[in-house]
Design a protein around this ligand. Structure first.
Ligand code: ZN
Length: 274
């Protein structure tokens, strides 16, 4: 079953240094589509360039990460508005609130988050939300947009079931990634086990978030298969069903075109050794 990595930093080191290898290992593991989120203007441009190089397979999001919002600042987001108007993106993000990062100014982050949510709504695109240490506030921001808001993915979500449920009503899905594969991530695994299969999508955040088998910094999008298998065990559902349903959900959310089964475009017999 063709899988979707809904959050992978293909333009970042070390993935960008061996992109043909990274993509071919991912295809061999069954991953057919890759959504590349961004953190600033330069990375948004890189993500779009990658999407243009790999049409129908790599898809880009444009956004300003809360880590890039300085204290008291209201950055000029005209570049983002212009880029979204030009097109070539399937989402706005990463955006959101991070109360944990050093020097966080949540008021400034919220202003920037609200602007990006408004741009997403205008463009008819979902949001890729990064949130740490500000879960209730994030929910209040998104709830204040009212019904018909953009919806999106709560990337690497670590908030409570209560907040997850509030946000699900607004069309926000849980992005399930490497933490779900690690036995010591007890709370994340409990939360995933309590999430309906149709309320989640799979992601790696490669290269950054480690899995049981790969340390952080060296993760590749091929690890979506490891995440799928962990979800299958946590939910007591067959891996193929997890793959099929999360991929259908991701395709619907990001409006991805029909995705080829990657095994049909890997030259020669699909290798099981890499
Ligand atoms: Zn990320």
């Amino acid at each position: 079953m063709a899988l979707v990595d809904t959050h992978v930093h293909l333009a970042d080191t070390p993935l960008a240094g061996d992109l043909p290898g990274v993509l071919s290992r991912a295809r061999a593991a069954g991953i057919a589509a890759f959504v590349v989120p961004s953190g600033d203007e330069a990375s948004s441009r890189s993500a779009r360039d990658l999407a243009r190089l790999h049409p129908g397979e790599v898809f880009a999001a444009a956004g300003l990460h809360p880590w890039e919002v300085g204290a008291g600042g209201l950055p000029d987001l005209r570049w983002l508005e212009a880029m979204l108007a030009e097109g070539g993106f399937v989402a706005v993000g990463e955006t959101g609130l991070d109360g944990v990062v050093a020097g966080a100014d949540l008021d400034a982050q919220e202003r920037v988050f609200r602007i990006q949510a408004g741009l997403a709504r205008e463009a008819g695109l979902p949001l890729i939300v990064h949130v740490r240490g500000a879960f209730d506030r994030t929910a209040r921001v998104l709830e204040s947009l009212g019904p018909g808001g953009p919806g999106g993915v709560l990337h690497a979500f670590g908030g409570s079931a209560e907040v997850a449920t509030r946000l699900r009503r607004l069309g926000f899905l849980r992005g399930v990634g490497g933490a779900a594969t690690r036995p010591e991530a007890v709370n994340v695994r409990k939360a995933v086990a309590a999430t309906p299969l149709d309320a989640m999508v799979l992601e790696t955040d490669a290269p950054y978030i480690g899995t049981r088998l790969r340390p952080k910094g060296s993760v590749e999008p091929a690890a979506v298969a490891e995440v799928r298998d962990a979800v299958a065990i946590l939910l007591g559902v067959a891996p193929d069903e997890v793959g099929a349903r999360t991929s259908a959900t991701a395709r619907g959310l990001f409006r991805l075109p029909g995705i080829r089964n990657p095994s049909s475009c890997v030259p020669g017999p699909a290798s099981s050794t890499r």
